[in-house]
Design a protein. Structure first.
Ligand code: SF4
Ligand code: SF4
Ligand code: FES
Length: 647
């Protein structure tokens, strides 16, 4: 660990209570100009002041940008910077996801926060010479607002970012998650220092209660109440667990926080441990998140080296260690009791919830289990006060919430918004509306446990109660947007297929109920349904919802029940007319060439795998419906001329 000189005595063996402040404002224990200068020089590499000569190239190293080639760009940048003689004045770091994954690989140049999108290795020499050397801007790589046509120079000018309120994600995409100094430089571990030096555990708990923070994993249980229960139960040992077993299809909020700012989660867990009196914590994270696991391991190792994890933390007498437990990817292991069973080395299946985990959890000891986003909120609450947090949001849902936007929306990615924002603002304001000019049909919120909401519910404010009242749920925060080319029956089948496969099989309603419901949906989407299937689905859905053992089962029917409420007519069309109005169900769709629009280009015949299309060049073509296997390739290729109709 870095010290300014030999007078600095802080180490895990001889902890100094002022260490965190000293790293940024120090040295505190001695007055030495050289040391002060050393600290200032060091900070210049991390936080570049406006107008500073020193620049910082922050390349998005989140998984999405990384898959699009970003990981290899850092070295290309470094080589080019050296080549152009700017090595002493420029730092290059890889950050975590900054949310606008659609535009990746993206690069932010500090201190002016210029945002370059879709950067390739061929663009790098120009960025280095025009921007870093000459102080200009590479305009062709700037984001252009599709509404106004204006070029946006910085992230703060981009509507996608402007309408958000970033608390948890504030530093994701801007700091190097593999360097603890960067987290400390932007205010990290101050909450911990403040808590252990100046506050009693009661005082920290008071702020958490005052904030109104509710668990971000889905159920929305008040965090302060949970911590309070765990600390009151007499015990010789208590555990803190971070649930990072993010399993919803399309959700990557937790992964982004772990990859982009892992120390914020560690600090949140430390504060929880301080409140409840725990000395051991676990992070249960999916093995399918290798980058998150790697960055977490680095963060834990660095925090231990800096004396922020381990024994006698900051000289307070507090001991706390964190272990990582990699899950094998079973969805049910996101359920708290199944997760604990898995950590204990047993099969991950849920157990009955009395006593609750706060009384008898991991290894039979009182345990606090919160998810990644919940813990990442905690340091901000401690530093800014519970009242600050509670001033954002609605009466019963406070603070902000992160959502993963996907599907037919223009701006896919990760967004953080204040609770209470409407679904319309989220989809059309931040999300930029429907991709490709389609018409909004529905959104599925809350993943497979959530529900589908139609257009006339777009003005619903996002909070726990209003979503539950509409039959959906906040869940962990995934939102899939659908347009008029999406079939709602097929969508319900897709999510039920997921939960049916992921059911652990312990209880009959979930195991058998989801299987029977899926069979019915398969019947309907292949044109073999009958009118009795609708009341049967409703009946089975109600039984599973009220009698299944755990949250996976009780929420599994939600996509089916909400689509039956809001899109019943689509079910009737599949059953009565043997037609899929959206043209998505393979067995029920037909493709027809409209002769008045067909130019006879032959592109459809070229891609047709069944050789079902015939016609002379420059003359209207025809489809042999008996030979057609309904794959839709002709429809996709002809989208520009709109000569093929799907029905
Ligand atoms: S509801 Fe489903 S996942 Fe939960 S215990 Fe029953 S079978 Fe397992
Ligand atoms: S849907 Fe597929 S099989 Fe049918 S005509 Fe078009 S390309 Fe050929
Ligand atoms: S991974 Fe780069 S913006 Fe999301």
């Amino acid at each position: 660990m870095e010290k300014c000189c030999n007078q600095c005595r802080h180490s895990p063996a001889t902890p100094c209570k002022d260490y965190v402040n000293c790293r940024v404002e120090g040295p505190i224990c001695h007055d030495d100009q050289k040391c002060k200068e050393k600290r200032r020089e060091f900070l210049k590499h991390i936080v570049t002041e406006p107008g500073a000569e020193r620049k910082k190239v922050v390349l998005c190293g989140g998984l999405n940008c990384g898959s699009a080639g970003a990981f290899s760009l850092a070295d290309v940048f470094r080589d080019e910077i050296e080549k152009q003689g700017l090595g002493d004045l420029t730092t290059v770091v890889l950050s975590g996801c900054r949310g606008f994954c659609e535009q990746g690989p993206s690069v932010i140049i500090e201190p002016d926060r210029t945002f370059y999108r879709w950067v390739t290795r061929e663009d790098i020499p120009e960025i280095v010479s025009v921007h870093l050397k000459e102080g200009g801007v590479v305009e062709r790589l700037l984001y252009q607002d599709p509404q106004t046509g204006l070029l946006c120079r910085t992230c703060d000018d981009i509507p996608f970012y402007q309408r958000q309120m970033k608390v948890v994600l504030k530093h994701c995409g801007f700091i190097d998650p593999e360097d603890i100094s960067e987290y400390i430089a932007v205010g990290g571990y101050r909450a911990l220092a403040q808590a252990v030096n100046d506050m009693k555990p009661d005082g920290v708990l008071e702020e958490i209660k005052k904030s109104g923070l509710r668990g971000r994993g889905g159920a929305g249980f008040p965090t302060g109440k949970k911590w309070d229960t765990a600390r009151r139960v007499p015990a010789d040992k208590r555990y803190v667990i971070c649930n990072a077993d993010e399993g919803d299809p399309g959700a990557f909020m937790d992964r982004a926080v772990l990859e982009g700012n892992p120390h914020s989660v560690l600090e949140g867990m430390l504060l929880c441990a301080y409140v409840v009196g725990s000395d051991e914590g676990y992070i249960y994270v999916r093995a399918e998140y290798p980058l998150a696991v790697r960055r977490l391991r680095i963060a834990i190792e660095q925090a231990e080296r800096y004396g922020l994890l381990g024994t006698d933390i900051l000289g307070s007498g507090m001991n706390f260690n964190i272990k990582i437990n990699e899950g094998a990817g079973a969805f049910v292991c996101g359920e708290s009791t199944a997760l604990m069973s898995s950590i204990e080395g047993n099969r991950g299946i849920p157990r009955i919830k009395v006593p609750r985990s706060t009384e008898k959890g991991l290894f039979g000891k009182p345990t606090v289990l919160n998810n990644v986003e919940t813990f990442a909120n905690v340091p901000k609450i401690v530093v800014n006060g519970g009242g600050w947090f509670a001033s954002v949001g609605t009466e019963r849902s406070k603070g902000t919430k992160i959502f993963a936007l996907s599907g037919k929306v223009q701006n896919t990615g990760l967004v953080e918004v204040p609770m209470g924002i409407t679904l319309r603002d989220l989809i059309f304001g931040i999300g930029g509306g429907i991709k490709g000019g389609g018409k909004f049909k529905a959104l599925q919120i809350g993943g497979p446990s959530g529900g589908s909401l139609p257009e006339d519910m777009l003005d619903l404010p996002i909070d726990y109660e209003s979503l539950t009242g509409a039959g959906a749920m906040m869940g962990s925060g995934s939102i899939v947007v659908m347009d008029d080319e999406n079939c709602m029956v097929n969508m319900a089948r897709f999510f039920l297929n997921f939960t049916e496969r992921e059911s652990c099989g312990k209880c009959t309603p979930c195991r058998e109920g989801t299987t029977r419901m899926l069979e019915i949906l398969e019947r309907i989407t292949t044109g073999n349904g009958n009118l009795n299937d609708i009341p049967l689905l409703e009946y089975l859905g109600g039984v599973v919802k009220t009698t299944a053992f755990c949250g996976l089962g009780t929420s599994a029917p939600n996509p089916v029940l909400t689509t039956l409420s809001y899109f019943r007519n689509e079910y009737l069309r599949h059953i009565r007319d043997r037609r899929c109005p959206a043209g998505e169900c393979l067995a029920l769709r037909q493709f027809i060439i409209m002769t008045d629009k067909c130019s006879g280009c032959g592109a459809c015949a070229f891609v047709c795998p069944a050789k079902a299309i015939s016609g002379e060049k420059k003359k209207p073509h025809q489809i042999d419906l008996d030979a057609c296997i309904r794959c839709g390739r002709c429809y996709e290729i002809c989208k520009k001329y709109k000569a093929i109709k799907r029905r």
